[in-house]
Design a protein. Sequence first.
Length: 128
Amino acid sequence: MAELCTTIGDFAISFTATSGVTPSRGARLLIASDGTYGLAGIGDVGQGFAQYTVSASGGSGTYKPWNGQGTQVGIASEAIAVGDDVYTAANGKCSTTATNALWLGRAKQAATGDGVLFEIIVSSPASI
């Protein structure tokens, strides 16, 4: 699944995953009204990206918020080339498709397809 093997930056916030959700490393996370975190949808930027895969439904993890230093690691929903504009996609992923999506930034690293981790230069997402 992963082509990227480094952690960029060190600022993290702990979270508890919503019951029935096990976020993978690089998933965009969105806080729910009960304080747990689920996967951000195409119309939500979310609070940040999961730093590690959560081991069980409702488990704990850490995420790197948008204001964290450095770049972000995201999960691609399709092939993404270096320099492509990156947008939100369903299920906490990222895409190059702008329709009904929010712009996140530009790809610093390529992703060969769905489920592949890649590096994003984040540029103040629109809905923060």
